[in-house]
Design a protein around this ligand. Structure first.
Ligand code: UDP
Length: 461
């Protein structure tokens, strides 16, 4: 096998530097990539912001370099705040990263050892700093290939008047240049006002610039899932090698980069449930909902009569709790935890459906678990992901975001997903996705081959 030490006994171990964007959905795939590269013989140094800092004790084999950004400790709440936070992180990380990277490169022997930096696609400023210092940079985008095409297409979509959205009536118009997207599925369709639109355009163009300037582009996806979008991305990025190395959580040795404590007792509870009977509910690490939506979601689930496991993140509904009477109404067939070991939950045979916000990691984990999905997207790439789950993978139902939730609609959607012929069809297609993911990461599979190519590429830089 090609490993980082394959050059022979005299060859130095090569070191890969990583810089994740400090949000859970970006941290997880970056650490999965770290695990993968470490298993191939690379030494790993993780640079990280103070915000959402990883716990080095969970990763004793890696070196960690804190890079203090000096921003307020509270994270963003709204979409616009998230865009502002990402851009502010770039600015405030620049000087301390420059200093720490230079110090690392000047340490005796270390400079020769560094093979490359792998940075999140939203950290263009840090990609530029690394290039200034002669460190080749690869870029990891933690969304889908389809979503990256949307990034690339954004200026054209603005020129042709799709964006910014001028009125509610436009939202369902198909985007002919980017099927199966409708206007409402595009990145930025939800960023309200001129300021939000301008910020989103800046974020997307900076990510594309980071990728174009990189020595290689990594996507957490696999060929059988997104063959056409990967091919189009390779055409768009002529000259930049593209590595489809997903699903990363299936290729990497298990490790925890969870910022919240995962409640593992739910796995014992799942062991006692009938096969494919449980609806798993989670809206990821950032999405939020109103107290009224939470109550409608809860009553819809209660009225469906379906067993469920709900990972109800503290703060999801800005302090609102599940409605009075919900626990009594669902006694004996439901479990609520604060944060779950999601990959393992979705791979558990008792889980028969997944109500998700449609974050890319969740969608991939759902596909790898072979479970059909009910998607209630909130922002960012989630609308586009939900569109793919429903219309391309045909392995789920989209409860389109924006509008208020209504318990009757939730109950009906849960029944469609979990029972009857239609649900069985979606489950069958989800299981087919699971088989394809397993084939991609097996010996000789497309993603395994991409990882081999990636290792060789890093060694050649
Ligand atoms: N996750 C988890 N436990 C939970 C809910 C989510 O470990 O109870 C993990 C999940 O496995 C995924 C990540 O958090 O890897 C969420 O990423 P995603 O892209 O789905 O959504 P985001 O949080 O970025 O909106």
């Amino acid at each position: 096998a090609n490993t980082a030490t394959a050059g022979g006994p005299c060859r130095r171990r090569r070191r890969v530097l990583l810089f994740p964007l400090p949000y859970q959905g970006h941290i997880n795939p970056m650490f999965q990539l770290a695990g993968l590269l470490h298993a191939r013989g690379f030494a790993v140094t993780v640079f990280h912001a103070s915000f959402n800092a990883p716990d080095p004790s969970h990763h004793p084999a890696y070196d960690f370099v804190p890079v203090p950004e000096g921003l307020p400790a509270a994270g963003p709440g709204t979409v616009v705040e998230t865009l502002e936070h990402i851009l502010a992180l770039n600015g405030s990380l620049e000087a301390p990263f420059r200093e720490r990277l230079a110090a690392l490169l000047e340490a005796p022997g270390a400079g020769d050892e560094v093979a490359c930096l792998v940075a999140d696609a939203h950290l263009l400023t840090l990609v530029d700093v690394a290039r200034e210092q002669g460190v080749p940079t690869l870029v990891l985008r933690t969304g889908s290939a389809a979503c990256f095409r949307n990034f690339v297409a954004n200026p054209m979509l603005c020129d042709r008047g799709y964006l910014p959205v001028s009125g509610e009536s436009e939202l369902d118009a198909p985007v002919r240049e980017l099927p199966p997207y409708r206007v409402r599925d595009l990145m930025g369709a939800d960023s309200s006002g001129r300021h939000g639109h301008d910020l989103m355009c800046k974020l997307l163009s900076r990510a594309v610039e980071a990728v174009r300037a990189s020595a290689g582009f990594l996507l957490n996806t696999f060929d059988a899932l997104e063959a056409a979008d990967l091919a189009a991305t390779r055409r768009d990025l002529a000259g930049v090698p593209v590595f489809d190395v997903g699903p990363l959580h299936k290729l990497s040795p298990a490790s925890s980069s969870s910022l919240l404590q995962q409640d593992r007792s739910c796995l014992d509870w799942l062991d006692a449930q009938a096969p494919a009977s449980v609806l798993y509910i989670s809206f990821g690490s950032l999405a939020s909902m109103s107290g009224a939506d939470l109550a409608e979601a809860a009553w819809g689930v209660a009225d469906s009569g379906q067993p469920f496991l709900w990972a109800l993140r503290p703060g999801l509904a800005r302090g609102a709790a599940l409605p009075d009477g919900f626990a009594a109404a669902t006694e004996g067939r439901g479990l609520v935890v604060g944060w779950a070991p999601q990959e393992e939950v979705l791979a558990h045979g008792a889980v028969g459906g997944f109500w998700t916000h449609g974050g890319w990691n969740s969608a991939l984990e759902g596909a790898c678990g072979g479970v059909p999905m009910l998607c209630r997207p909130c922002f960012g790439d989630q609308m586009g992901n939900a569109r793919h789950v429903e219309h391309v993978w045909r392995a789920g139902i989209a409860l389109d975001g924006g509008g208020v939730l209504e318990r009757g609609a939730v109950e009906a959607a849960v029944r469609r997903l979990m029972r009857g012929e239609e649900g069985d069809g979606m489950r069958g297609r989800a299981r087919e996705l699971r088989s394809r993911a397993a084939a991609a990461v097996a010996d000789g599979g497309s993603s395994r081959l991409s990882v081999d190519k990636l290792v060789n590429h890093i060694l050649s830089l």
